[in-house]
Every structure is written in structure tokens, then in C-alpha cells.
Design a protein around this ligand. Structure first.
Ligand code: GDP
Ligand code: MG
Length: 441
């Protein structure tokens, strides 16, 4: 499996000090084979590997992780990003009802999904309705009616005894019915065939034209493997879709289809189905899928813990230096970078209790200001960072030229740094000094 392969590849990297180009190339070759074995389509594998290589070559050597962990981290992050990063929300119609059409091969799980989606919408405070537009198979309507009963959502279907019925007509009338009954979401279940088929595509396209859906969801069985690409392309060209739903994730598929469909069509994966029951359903989580494809959930957790432990270590060291008044600009820069990893500064400040009353004092701490401060410190030599007292007029000029700031910005930073350090020394003196962070008796 992919997991086994990666584990053995990465074993070879363990113990080496840093990633060399040869390491990265060798790893990339193995990951490539492994992804192919997991049923990811070839063009997708190629582009994915290229991304991983680029990042691994440009990456700084991490102090917190060993090279093996570092490669896994990069592979994982790239996977999450290809799978869609943060994803997006469903589009709702300005004038209800919002129309959601389901399309996909027979057996992909559309009808089952219709009930799950309906329940999900109801949970969000909507009043959904199901429309039975699969009139291909004799029992398809009955199946949707059962689904509707289970999910406690009304089903619009052609009247019994009215003959075969026209799915396009049913779709159109279902919208009118929803308007009359104030149902604000209509989920349209459609017919599928076992394979891609002209007539099927035409029917789906006709339904689409009749109801102009706000979302068309392409439903695809995760077990479909390599066929995912051609099927997705056929539905993209024949009907078009705005999102993807992966089903049967409770099976043993590695998730190669997810990567392929996402990459080939560029459409986001919105939901995931993982069982036959109504509650076997969730919005799609790229990070969970990445972890599944890699099959290394435990390793990923370890990596996270290693990084957190490293950060805590650094913070502890810095706290001790502050306590003894030994803080340098180098420490200051490190601290600042650690904090900024957590996101834009104004967001962090917004989370502080009472920050609103202090808006004016805090407003200068914007990211542009911190960018300037970081640029200044980076423009200093290690000696200057360790002992800012030596920064005289000519050094200031050099730093200003190198970091693109005004000399007065440098004066500002150095003055504030000394003030802060003095204040910390005083505080440390008051509270007994010594190692910061420890408990006192
Ligand atoms: P449709 O032809 O696209 O409407 O597919 P159905 O909704 O009728 O599903 C086909 C079969 O797959 C049924 O037996 C479902 O119970 C089953 N099925 C659907 N979704 C899932 C899923 O997420 N996991 C599993 N294990 N079975 C599913
Ligand atoms: Mg069906």
C-alpha cells in the first residue's frame, strides 16, 4: 500500500542531517509509484510530485523535525492544498428555492445522498424537498419516497398511474410546488446509467436547462479508481457541475479518486458519504482525506506534537532570558515569528479580552508595522542583534539601506527595545527573577 511504501521510503531518509536533491528525487520517485498504486491518475500524479519537489527543495531545514518527518509534512500539506484547502460554501439562491441537482452514474449513491443532503439542509434551518426525476428504473421513485420518509422530508413525484412521466416536466413542476409550499431547497434526484451514455447526458442536460440549478453536484463512488477521471470529464462536458460528492468512503478505497477528480475538473469536493445510513455523511475535510490517502494519521499527529513541543521549548528559553534581562533582538525576532505563524495579528488581538477598549493603543501593531520590524532585525548582523548598543549612525545607515526603512524607524525600534528590556528586568526583579515559567514557592 501507499502507506507501506512511504514508510519504507522515509526510513531511508531517517538520520540524515538535511534533505539533499538526491534524497528528494529518490523520495519523489517512490511517492509517484505509490500514488499510482492508490489509483491516482497519471497527470495528477505528475503535477502533484512537481509541487512536492519544488517545496522540498525550497524548504528551510526544520529544527523541530527530522528529514523524514519533514518530507511527510510537505507531502501532506501539498495533498491538502490539491484537495481544496479550506473548500467553499454552497451557493444559495437569492430567490428561493435553491435548486440542487444530483448527477452521476447509476449506483454512485445519488438517491441515498439525496436523503442525507435533505437532512443536512434541515439541520441548517432550511425546509428542503426532494424531487423524483429518475423515472428510468421502475422502483426508483419508490426508493426516493422511502428515503424521504426516513429523512422526514417531502418528496415530489409524478402521480401514480400517470404513466412513465417526463423527468424534465417533473423537475419543472417540483420547483412550482416548492414555491407554493415555501420549501426553500429542492434536491433533484436524477437517473444514471452503468456507464457514460449519450441519452443519459442529454436527459441530465435537459433537466439542468429546465431548472437552472444553483448547484449541480457530481456524485462519484470513491471505489471507482482510475475511471474517476474519464467519468468526471464526461459529466463535466455533458452536464457541467459546480461541486463533487464522494461516496462509499466507508469502503477500502484509498481516496485516489478524490485527488484525480479534484485536479482534473478543478471543482471542489463538497461532501463525503461513508455508509448507507442517513447519518453517514459529512462535509468534506481535505485534511482528513489527505491523511487517508497517505495512511499515516499517527505519523501526522506525531509531527504536529514535535513542532508544538519545539515551539514550547523556544518560548521557555526566551522566557528565561527575559527574566534575567538577557533578551536580544534575535530572541525578539524569533518570538515574533512564532506568534505570527498563528495568523494575521489583528485577528489575534481581536481574540484578546478587552482588546476593543484598547483599540487605539493596539492599532499600531498592524502587520505592516511588524513587517518593518522584522525587516530591520533581519538587516542586522548577529553581533548587532545580540548587542543593539553598538548600532551607531553608520550601522543605522547600512541597515536602513538594506531593509528599505527610514533611519527613524530603526531609532524607534532600538529605543523601544531598550525600554521593554528595562521594564522586564524591573518586573523580574520585583517578582524574584530567575527562570520564567517555573512555579514559585
Ligand atoms: P444511485 O443509483 O446513484 O441513486 O445510487 P443509490 O443511492 O441507489 O446507491 C446505490 C447503492 O449504494 C445502494 O445500495 C446504497 O445503499 C449504496 N450506497 C450509497 N451510498 C453509500 C455509501 O456511502 N456507503 C456504502 N457502503 N453504500 C452506499
Ligand atoms: Mg437513484
Amino acid at each position: 500500500t501507499l502507506s507501506d511504501r512511504l514508510t519504507s521510503v522515509l526510513k531511508n531518509l531517517r538520520g540524515k542531517g538535511r534533505l539533499s536533491d538526491a534524497d528528494i528525487d529518490a523520495t519523489a520517485r517512490e511517492i509517484r509509484v505509490a500514488l499510482l498504486e492508490a489509483d491516482v491518475a497519471l497527470p495528477v500524479v505528475r503535477s502533484f510530485i512537481a509541487g512536492v519537489k519544488d517545496r522540498a527543495k525550497g524548504a528551510e531545514v526544520s529544527q523541530a523535525l527530522n528529514p523524514a518527518q519533514q518530507v511527510i509534512k510537505i507531502v501532506n500539506e501539498e495533498l491538502v492544498s490539491v484537495l481544496g484547502g479550506e473548500g467553499r460554501r454552497l451557493e444559495y439562491a437569492k430567490n428561493p428555492p435553491t435548486v440542487v441537482m444530483l448527477a452521476g452514474l447509476q449506483g454512485s449513491g445519488k438517491t441515498t445522498l439525496a436523503g442525507k443532503l435533505a437532512r443536512w439542509f434541515a439541520g441548517q434551518g432550511h425546509t428542503p424537498m426532494l424531487a423524483a426525476c429518475d423515472l428510468q428504473r421502475p422502483n426508483a421513485v419508490t426508493q426516493l419516497q422511502v428515503v424521504g420518509e426516513r429523512s422526514e422530508v417531502p418528496v415530489f413525484a409524478p402521480e401514480p398511474g400517470s404513466g412513465v412521466g417526463d423527468p424534465i416536466d417533473v423537475a419543472r413542476r417540483s420547483i412550482d410546488e416548492a414555491k407554493r409550499n415555501h420549501q426553500d431547497v429542492v434536491i433533484i434526484d436524477t437517473a444514471g446509467r452503468l456507464g457514460v451514455d449519450e441519452e443519459l447526458m442529454q436527459q441530465a442536460a435537459d433537466i439542468r436547462d429546465a431548472v437552472t440549478p444553483d448547484e449541480t453536484l457530481f456524485v462519484v463512488d470513491a471505489m471507482i479508481g482510475q475511471d474517476a477521471v474519464s467519468t468526471a470529464e464526461a459529466f463535466r462536458d455533458g452536464v457541467g457541475f459546480s461541486g463533487v460528492v464522494l461516496t462509499k468512503l466507508d469502503g477500502d478505497a484509498r481516496g485516489g479518486a478524490a485527488l484525480s477528480v479534484r485536479h482534473v475538473t478543478g471543482q471542489p469536493i463538497m461532501f463525503a458519504s461513508n455508509g448507507e445510513k442517513l447519518e453517514d455523511f459529512d462535509v468534506f475535510h481535505p485534511d482528513r482525506m489527505a491523511s487517508r490517502i497517505l495512511g499515516m494519521g499517527d505519523v501526522l499527529t506525531l509531527i504536529e506534537q514535535a513542532e508544538q513541543a519545539f515551539d514550547a521549548d523556544q518560548a521557555e528559553q526566551a522566557a528565561q532570558k527575559i527574566g534575567t534581562g538577557e533578551m536580544t533582538l534575535e530572541d525578539f525576532l524569533e518570538q515574533m515569528q512564532a506568534v505570527r505563524k498563528m495568523g494575521p495579528l489583528q485577528n489575534l488581538i481581536g481574540m484578546l479580552p478587552g482588546a476593543n477598549q484598547m483599540k487605539d493603543q493596539l492599532s499600531e501593531f498592524d502587520d505592516a508595522h511588524l513587517d518593518r520590524v522584522q525587516a530591520i532585525i533581519r538587516g542586522m548582523t548577529p553581533t548587532e542583534r545580540a548587542d543593539p548598543k553598538i548600532i551607531n549612525a553608520s550601522r543605522r545607515q547600512r541597515i536602513a539601506a538594506g531593509s528599505g526603512v527610514k533611519i527613524s524607524d530603526i531609532n524607534d525600534l532600538v529605543t523601544r527595545f531598550f525600554e521593554a528590556r528595562k521594564m522586564m528586568q524591573q518586573m523580574a526583579g520585583q517578582f524574584g527573577g530567575g527562570g520564567g515559567g517555573g512555579t514559585r514557592k
